[in-house]
Write a protein that binds this ligand. Structure first.
Ligand SMILES: O=C(O)CCC(=O)C(=O)O
Ligand SMILES: [Fe+2]
Length: 380
């Protein structure tokens, strides 16, 4: 299946620390430099708390989660990294840390997040934001939907997002809106967006994940609501690219989904299933992640993480940001222009995809953009 429109929403691309929600702070007393959150300097990790958390993490059996043991299998390394993260999260919960203590920003946590990501291609962080902030964002999102700011999610669009685009509720049943965070409807959302960028910025700067090093740009935020009644998103990759090269790459490297669903229960459904790399049809999944309020899921956008949103019986909210690999993104854009003549065949593929879905899920797809000369206009 072709990925959803890749370039939708990625206007702001300044590669500056501030745009990533980060600032470098030098401590006058020690001369040490460390990262802080640009928007909220008070959110620098308190040193004592950091020490406590890192000591606790070191005492736990999976001590140095970021370093691979010789010959260690990647599942074992991933399990070690996730266990170390769970310890840090547990310490945060147990000690009742203040909201200004961002448990996942400690050096040890960043190293473990990177290690888990590299070893099994996804990682889950609970309590990514203070609970009151998560609740405020959920309310804002519900209000944005009530105000008519979300519209049915679109499919395909081709490698540069301008080819044939369509909607089919049986395939993708969400309603979405693309936002920078500075629109008048948001008060709490901007902090969430800047923290997600800060996390990816830390992963990039600290070398937490070798696959995140080339990330230089991010999309606008996609606020999504699956309105219940079995709404789902069938198995897909956000970037149908299998080694950074190829005509179907769109440059997306990392997908970050922040969930907002308070009181979620298993009967509600709507979990995100992740499958093995390249697994387009098999039944066995490698993870099934509940869309719990406050949970952040990071996964690689390409063939490494085919995924689907299971049918949800209740309203399900999430906010997603995509992070682009600089080199792959540049190639995808260049390919999109140079291969303008390839648009006809790409369109044909999308036509076939629509026909397949109509056979499989009944109901007719609704075409929202015909494709055509947008690429020429865009590439000048
Ligand atoms: O909301 C989720 O869990 C993931 C949604 C998704 O796969 C997408 O929008 O591409
Ligand atoms: Fe997706």
């Amino acid at each position: 299946m072709l990925p959803p429109s890749p370039l939708e929403g990625d206007q702001e691309m300044a590669d500056e620390h501030a745009a990533w929600g980060l600032a470098l702070v030098r401590h006058a007393a020690t001369g040490r430099t460390e990262w802080a959150f640009a928007a909220d300097r008070r959110a620098v990790l308190p040193t004592a708390a950091r020490l406590r958390a890192s000591r606790a993490a070191r005492r736990a059996p999976p001590s140095d989660a970021s370093a691979a043991e010789p010959g260690e299998r990647s599942e074992a390394r991933a399990a070690r990294a996730q266990a170390a993260l769970d310890v840090m999260h547990g310490v945060w919960l147990k000690l009742g840390m203040p909201d200004s203590y961002i448990w996942w920003a400690a050096d040890e946590a960043i190293a473990s997040i990177g290690a888990a990501l590299d070893a099994r291609f996804h990682v889950v962080l609970d309590d990514f934001l203070p609970r009151a902030m998560t609740a405020a964002i959920a309310d804002e999102v519900a209000a944005a939907r009530a105000a008519g700011l979300l519209a049915p999610g679109a499919l395909a669009g081709g490698r540069n997002g301008t080819n044939l685009t369509y909607m089919h509720a049986g395939v993708r049943g969400d309603e979405v809106g693309w936002f920078d965070g500075d629109e008048p409807c948001w008060r709490a959302l901007p902090t969430c967006l800047s923290r997600v960028r800060a996390l990816v910025g830390l992963l990039r700067e600290a070398g937490g994940s070798q696959h995140v090093r080339g990330v230089g740009q991010f999309s606008r935020a996609m606020v999504a609501c699956y309105p219940g009644d079995g709404a789902r998103y069938v198995r897909h990759c956000d970037n149908a690219c299998d080694a950074g090269e190829g005509e179907r790459c769109n440059g997306r490297r990392l997908t970050a989904v922040f969930y907002l669903n308070r009181g979620w229960r298993p009967a509600d459904g709507g979990e995100l299933r992740i499958f093995s790399p390249g697994d387009a049809h098999g039944d066995a999944h490698v993870a099934q992640i509940a869309p719990l309020a406050g949970r952040l899921l990071l996964f690689f956008s390409d063939h490494r993480c085919p995924h689907e949103v299971l049918p949800t019986a209740v309203m399900r909210y999430a906010v997603t940001t995509w992070f682009f690999d600089d080199a792959e993104y540049a190639r995808a854009r260049a390919g999109g222009c140079a291969a303008a003549e390839g648009d006809a065949s790409e369109r044909q593929k999308i036509d076939c995809e629509i026909a397949k879905f109509e056979r499989q899920f009944g109901a007719r797809a609704q075409v929202v953009r015909g494709g055509g000369d947008e690429c020429e206009r865009e590439c000048g």
